[in-house]
Ligand binder design. Structure first.
Ligand SMILES: *Cc1c(COP(=O)(O)O)cnc(C)c1O
Length: 259
């Protein structure tokens, strides 16, 4: 953050995990409230355009570009679904903000050696991308009755650089997942192609929706395909028009905030 001068002159509040100065915190909060309101307004307009209510689309605020204090401000502004793409960063923020009722979403790759520490902190994993990972998660869940909500990450664009399973692999994987009682499969996630502009992105979002619609009738027991997590700052309105139930927005929420 380019705040050093102000930072040094400011008065700190004394909470263990919260040393951000009051005066800057209020600036930060005001800015985040404003950005959040704008993004919510755009979500609502896109939902209405596609004949849905705004409550049918959940906003996950992606905090990977900012520190815990900005994540705290988001929570104070009423946004309780926060997402991180790296497990270590999710741990860091979830532990720093453990006093808040935040629902954490892991939206990036989960390495198997990071499962144990991630599971107790996370409300939903958007990036289930192999049976191997699913089995590893299943064995890490204590015998309690907790089920972990997960989404299958699907590489609909087919871009080589993208993670996620191929669309053809989804149906056989669902059959295997229905045998893992602690995994609560709720739907699918995708990222639009980087190449090809808005037309390609719309095609990818539509392809995920169509895949879901095609698989619904033969969906195995215990597996739901209700959620479609798709759309980021550059394309979330289009994703909503194509059926997104969860959008993952970072950049647009932090405009005007350094850090
Ligand atoms: C970073 C990230 C986002 C948010 O991207 P923005 O363009 O900053 O809104 C969404 N989804 C995933 C998987 C990400 O890694």
């Amino acid at each position: 953050m380019a705040l050093d001068g102000k930072y040094v002159l400011s008065i700190y509040c004394g909470f263990a995990n919260f040393t951000f100065p009051f005066c800057l915190m209020s600036d930060l909060l005001a800015r985040i409230q404003e950005n959040l309101e704008q993004v919510r307004g755009r979500i609502e307009a896109a939902a209405r355009r596609s004949g849905r209510g705004p409550e049918e689309v959940r906003l996950v605020a992606v905090t990977k570009y900012v520190g815990p204090e900005a994540a705290r401000a988001l929570s104070a502004a009423g946004c309780r679904d926060l997402g991180e793409s790296r497990p270590q960063e999710l741990w860091r923020k979830a532990e720093a903000l453990a006093d808040l009722p935040i629902h954490w979403h892991l939206i990036g790759h989960l390495q198997r050696n990071k499962i144990r520490r991630t599971l107790p902190l996370v409300g939903m994993i958007h990036s289930l991308d192999s049976l191997r990972l699913a089995r590893a998660i299943e064995t890490e869940i204590p015998s309690s009755d907790r089920r972990v909500p997960v989404l299958l990450e699907v590489n609909v664009s087919g871009e080589a650089a993208k993670t996620g399973i191929s669309p053809e692999a989804v149906e056989p994987l669902l059959a295997e997942l229905s045998g893992l009682p602690h995994l609560d499969v709720r739907g699918m996630m995708t990222m639009a192609a980087l190449e090809g502009g808005p037309d390609a992105a719309r095609r990818d979002f539509a392809a995920l929706r169509e895949l879901r619609n095609r698989l619904l009738p033969c969906c195995p027991e215990g597996v739901a395909l209700t959620e479609l997590s798709m759309g980021m700052s550059g394309d979330f309105e289009m994703a909503i028009e194509e059926g997104a139930t969860i959008v993952r927005v970072g950049t647009a929420l932090f405009e005007g905030i350094e850090g």
